[in-house]
Write a protein that binds this ligand. Structure first.
Ligand SMILES: Nc1ncnc2c1ncn2[C@@H]1O[C@H](COP(=O)(O)OP(=O)(O)OP(=O)(O)O)[C@@H](O)[C@H]1O
Length: 321
């Protein structure tokens, strides 16, 4: 079994300050067990991308270069924070697909942890990570925006339409901080959703899976993911899996408020996938085109409204869990 040297990139602000508490717990455990570690604090939005990239260029190693049992410990990158921190770490490692990363969840939604079967209690996640002997292959969503030539690795989901408008509003909302303190973070989405349900208009959307094209005159929500969870534990794509290369997309058309209410009720039971108003696509590649400017969200962060010309594929990465 290899020994590890943990390089922890931590967002102390994650989960409205939960990150700081988790980091302290993790440090206490590592000191108590005499395990080597280095802390790299994320000091501003986007910093974890730079930290991961710099570490990949200087210190980290691809797993296949791990040397024998008795030599120096394997330098393992570990993200400590919320889903946004996982996103930044993955994008920092975008040019280094063979370097594994671990994760200690400390955010509010923690959807990536749910999907990867990582305990949401930090010390439990740390213990699981320390007990692991090799990385696991996962597939992440590769998002290429053809209008702007931008490319991102998305650890959670990409959305156009209602969910994106909700994210934009929930991120602005003061409610989120207050609700997070009460451990009700996902309610921020619900509160915002109620108002926005009435405001969001249907928009023309074309989905192309490389084999056939489907056109929606009035799409309302289009969300793509490599795993089931959304908005803090809502199983929006129950059959999506991090361990399979296929990605999934759900498109909901603009329907009456009564039908939306019934669809939302079904969502809580997971039976929305059988509704004629929810269209689920599963493919190794998906292209989405909107003719009009729409809100977008990438991993819970708002994308400036634009007409989208999106290519989605999945890429293999190594998760240490
Ligand atoms: N020191 C910092 N100060 C302010 N923002 C930061 C800092 N470090 C990271 N960030 C930004 O905070 C965003 C949110 O962080 P993160 O996802 O870790 O926590 P969260 O939002 O509470 O959790 P979740 O995404 O699970 O709800 C990240 O996308 C990152 O860009």
């Amino acid at each position: 079994m290899h020994s590890l040297h943990l390089h922890i990139i931590a967002n102390e602000n994650a989960g409205s300050g939960n990150g700081m508490h988790s980091l302290q717990q993790v440090k206490n455990y590592l000191i108590e067990h005499n395990l080597p570690y280095t802390i790299h604090l994320s000091e501003y939005a986007g910093h974890a991308i730079e930290l991961a990239q710099t570490l990949a260029q200087s210190t980290l190693k691809p797993w296949h270069e791990a040397s024998d049992v008795n030599s120096s410990p394997f330098p393992l990158l570990v993200a400590l924070g919320g889903d946004g921190t996982v996103f930044e770490i993955q994008n920092g490692l975008s040019e280094f697909p063979l370097i594994p990363f671990g994760y200690i969840p400390s955010g509010s939604g923690n959807d990536f942890a749910r999907s990867a079967d990582i305990p949401r209690e930090p010390i439990e996640a740390l213990k699981q990570l320390l007990a692991s002997t090799a990385p696991t292959s996962i597939y992440s969503l590769l998002y290429q925006e053809n209008t702007t030539n931008e490319t991102y690795l998305i650890s959670n989901n990409l959305g156009i339409g209602l969910d994106a408008a909700i994210v934009a509003k929930a991120n602005e909302s003061q409610n989120k901080t207050t609700l997070n303190k009460l451990k009700l973070g996902s309610l921020a989405y619900l509160f915002s959703m109620i108002g926005l349900l009435f405001k969001q208009k249907g928009y023309p959307l074309t989905v192309d899976d490389g084999q056939q094209q489907k056109k929606f005159k009035k799409a309302f929500l289009a969300t793509s993911s490599k795993h089931p969870y959304f908005g803090g534990g809502v199983k929006i794509l129950p059959n999506a899996s991090l361990y399979e290369p296929e990605l999934e997309l759900i498109v909901v058309e603009k329907i009456s408020y009564l039908k939306i209410a019934s669809l939302l009720l079904k969502l809580t039971k997971g039976t929305h996938v059988d509704s004629p108003y929810a269209h689920i696509f599963r493919s190794k590649e998906l292209n989405l085109y909107t003719e009009t400017k729409q809100y977008g969200q990438m991993n819970g962060e708002a994308i400036t409204p634009r007409p989208f010309k999106v290519n989605l594929t999945s890429v293999e990465r190594l998760l240490w869990k």
